[in-house]
Design a protein around this ligand. Structure first.
Ligand SMILES: C[S@@+](CC[C@H](N)C(=O)[O-])C[C@H]1O[C@@H](n2cnc3c(N)ncnc32)[C@H](O)[C@@H]1O
Length: 253
């Protein structure tokens, strides 16, 4: 195979032009505008081969974010791979709610349950001061990635801890945040291929019912949540805030 120009590589790719441009510019470490400005530039065989390997994976349905190895979230960049969920735009609303809540408190403590890539805890840490953050996950692999993301985003203040929900967390919290799995096992097969074939099942599958994990979390939260504390969580892409008082009432019902 001889060296191809940018223009010819893009022409040869069966993907939509935008996707090809995103993949190629990322491989070259350049902006997309570079591809148009230097369309006649020849690309090395090694890079061309790498590009067409990514094209193949994309044709098989793999999400672009996994092919790039990163995802933007709340203006920050997060390293990701198939061990963690790709951060979703709607989860940025959860971060905003959490920041609003924390700004009203004096040196608060926040616990994140199910941190995955670490995107929620790290975005909160970047936009608040004097906040103690404990971010937990049941998956050691996810925690490794979350730690790496904290390092890459120069956040040193988060304590990452392995825990099944709140099992290993005894600190009193002003706020608990969570984006836990809420797809019941029986709905798994109905998910789009791009999700069910590539994203980690334990990041999405909630078990018997949509609320199986959240119900457990509500109950466990009562043990560590301060009197004026709250829980902010994501369900079906919506952000819900409940006070410690509401949780107590729910537990009595
Ligand atoms: C929907 S993902 C959310 C990841 C990340 N917080 C985000 O918003 O992109 C759910 C995360 O919860 C974790 N998880 C699942 N069951 C858990 C449990 N019982 N205790 C703690 N974490 C759990 C998964 O490993 C996964 O990282």
């Amino acid at each position: 195979m001889k060296n191809l120009s940018i223009e010819n590589i893009l022409k040869k790719s069966p993907l939509p032009l935008l996707e090809s441009q995103i993949l190629l510019s990322n491989l070259l470490g350049k902006d997309r505008s570079f591809l148009t400005a230097f369309s006649e530039k020849e690309i090395s065989l090694k890079t061309t081969e790498k590009f067409f390997k990514l094209v193949k994976r994309r044709e098989l349905g793999e999400p672009i974010a996994y092919l790039l190895g990163y995802k933007e979230f709340f203006g920050l960049q997060f390293f990701i791979n198939r061990s963690v969920l790709i951060p979703r735009n709607e989860t940025e609303d959860l971060v905003e709610e959490a920041i609003k809540f924390l700004r009203k408190k004096n040196s608060p403590t926040v616990v994140e349950v199910g941190t995955g890539s670490g995107c929620i805890a790290i975005a909160i840490a970047k936009h608040t001061q004097n906040v103690k953050i404990i971010a937990s996950d049941i998956s050691s692999t996810a925690l490794k990635i979350a730690r790496k993301n904290a390092f890459l985003n120069t956040v040193r203040s988060i304590e990452f801890r392995k825990s099944n929900l709140l099992q290993n967390i005894d600190e009193k919290a002003d706020l608990i945040v969570a984006n836990l799995p809420y797809i019941p096992t029986q709905s798994w097969e109905k998910l789009p291929e791009e999700i069910k074939n590539f994203e980690p099942r334990k990041a999405l599958d909630s078990g018997k019912e949509k609320m199986t994990l959240y119900r457990k979390l509500f109950f466990q939260s009562l043990r560590i949540l301060k009197k004026n504390g709250a829980l902010i969580y994501e369900l079906d892409g919506k952000i819900i805030q409940v006070s410690a008082g509401d949780l107590e009432e729910m537990a009595r019902e």
